[in-house]
Design a protein around this ligand. Sequence first.
Ligand code: HPA
Length: 272
Amino acid sequence: MKNVISEASSFILNNTTKRPIIGLILGSGLGILADEIKNAISIPYEEIPHFPVSTVAGHKGQLVIGELEGKEVIAMQGRFHYYEGYSIKEVTFPVRVMKELGVQTLIVTNAAGGINANFKPGDLMVITDHINNMGNNPLIGKNDENLGPRFPDMSESYHPSLINHAETCANKLNLTIQKGVYVGNTGPSYETPAEVRMLRTLGGDAVGMSTVPEVIVANHAEIKVLGISCISNMAAGILDQPLTHTEVIETTENVREDFLRYVKKIIETLLQ
Ligand code: HPA
């Protein structure tokens, strides 16, 4: 595993003089943040040794490395989803590579359905914790002690200092944000109304189809995580309307300005 990771990371290092310690994973509709990165170089995933190969036609994904608010960053514009058929190890491989590159703080973003009845589409939610409802875990199998411990602690998987920082930034910008627990489902079907009621009972505030595997691996690798969900819709059965991917994309487009200035502020003022 270590060799494969180093080959990917050496390839990236040979393509840039930047040495970012902040990583970003940009979720559905949120990839526009990568367009704000200055002095950027972009590397399509298919050019990076050992990166998962996309089987989906027209699926665009690339690493963008450059500066955001004066800080060097590496961003994934597009992520690998478990529901696309990638193995859970493939989904999380880029996080291993980020660690090897020197990333210490990872900002993960996603679009999610609101379970908490106080939420509304367009809200931004700082993730305080997650529930792994994917029935899988990227750490299953032989553990490589060079990468992390067999039984990693997950009690502060979303780092308290980063949650505080995100709240401070929201206040500075006069932005109202939500905080809550993200439930990771495999998808690709959306939840049934009964499942949404179950997830609410279990303590979930928002539900999506990503993030959890990457956050588990980041914790294994001792990378500090900040998670931000864009509540793109209310989860099934809450409003009297069907759920569509179009709605998800439209809402993320509407909150785009808030999302951009929020994440930029977080990065600008991040103590490293
Ligand atoms: N459920 C699961 N994933 C999602 C949703 C949802 O309602 N909205 C955006 N991603």
